[in-house]
Structure formats: C-alpha cells, structure tokens
Ligand binder design. Sequence first.
Ligand code: AP5
Length: 214
Amino acid sequence: MIVIVMGAPGAGKGTQTDLLARNIGLRKFSTGDALRRHVKAGTKIGEQAKELMAAGNLVPDAILMELVKEELEAHKKDVVVLDGFPRTLNQAKLLQELRDQKAVRAVFFIQVDRAELIKRLTGRRTCEKCGSTFHVDQSPPRSADVCDHCQGRLVQRPDDQIASANHRLTVFDKETSPTVEYYEALGLVRYVDGNKGVDVVYQELESKLKESIS
Ligand code: AP5
C-alpha cells in the first residue's frame, strides 16, 4: 500500500513523515533524501542531480522512477509513505503504471502560507552527518551549528538559500498543481493545515491517515 505526502518545499513533509515512521512504523521514502545520498556518494545519479537540485530545479523523471521502483520492489508488503514523489503529472502516471492504481490509498497535502514557507526554508539547518534538521528560530540546536544527536556540523542546504528557495516554490506551483488535480479526480486527496506547530499538524495527519488506511 502507498500513502503520498505532498506539500510545497518547507511545508513539513520530511518532519511529518519522520514522525509517522517513528510513531506508527510506516516505511518512509523521501526522494529528496535519496537524491542527496547519491550526491554525497558521488554516484552517476548524484552527478546528474547535483546542479539541478542546488538551483531548485526538478531532476528528470527517469531518475526518479529508477529510485522509486527500487524502493517499492524492496518493500512490497509494507505501507510505504512517499515524501516528495510524485511531483509532476507524468510521475503520477508512471507510478500508476508501476503499481495498480488501488495501491495508492491516500494523498495528504500539507498546506502552508508562502511567507511561512520562506521562513522555514531559509532558517533550516541540516546535519551533514545524520541528516537531522533544525531551525535557527523554531527548533534551534542546543549548541550553534552542532547537531544535538551526533555532534555533526549543521549546514544550510544549497537550495535553501533565498534565490533557490523562491525558485523551488515557483516550480512547485507550476508542476505540482496538475498532480494534485489528478489525485483529486480520483477522490484521494485530504488536506492538512500545516501552518500550526509540528505536534498539532502531526495529530491531524495521523488521525486522517489512520481513517484512510483502516
Ligand atoms: P526535497 O528534499 O523533497 O525538498 P522539498 O520538497 O523542497 O521539501 P523540503 O525538504 O525543503 O521541505 P519539507 O516539506 O520536507 O519540510 P521539512 O520537514 O524539512 O527535494 C529536494 C530536491 O530534490 C528538489 O528541489 C528536486 O531538485 C529534487 N527532487 C526531489 N523529489 C523530486 C521529484 N519527485 N521529482 C523531481 N525532482 C525531485 O521542514 C522545513 C523546515 O521547517 C525545517 O527547519 C523544520 O524544522 C521546520 N518545520 C517543519 N514543520 C514545521 C511546523 N509545523 N512549524 C514550524 N516549523 C516547522
């Protein structure tokens, strides 16, 4: 079974899907995290994706399908929560070809105001070592620029700088609206108010998700 979590850059998809994985044991797969692992490891996929990601552009669908196919093949029996995929209409259609449409049980769209998104993106700091995320104002680390969990160095993602962050939001509006319409026509979309605090958003998401997959 597949559950999709959508939302603009900075909407809290990563934060919320980490909580779903930790609290109710769902298998989480983030295409952004998978691509960043390839970039860090210097693989061929990483080389192809690196510049596109830093500039805030989308990575070609063929690469995304390779990553998603591998993940779904390896976890056929799990409930897989997809974070950040699909984000184009073509990806949604290719996912349908890969799996029977009934495999997608629910699509959650986390809605957040644009000014808040910019604040979250530009204030985010990510651990180089373990990938944990912090926010300079909303969830600062105990010690500046040091990860609370593994003492790794906290850095700003290249695509969280203001120009790239703004561009990602523009790309998102253009590419993702038709994808949401596609799933709306299938009656699968449920909206979650992502402007509230992390715990409040999580309660809403978890209760809607449990209704959808029970
Ligand atoms: P990806 O990593 O998926 O980036 P994104 O979609 O832009 O999402 P983000 O990771 O920026 O934000 P998020 O919604 O996960 O928010 P988070 O929880 O971290 O993709 C990166 C790139 O990879 C893309 O630009 C593209 O190049 C490529 N890519 C990936 N998938 C692709 C695809 N399918 N097709 C093509 N290309 C693809 O939270 C953000 C910040 O806000 C954090 O600091 C957090 O602490 C804070 N925060 C979270 N929730 C709250 C809250 N409720 N209140 C206050 N602060 C909060």
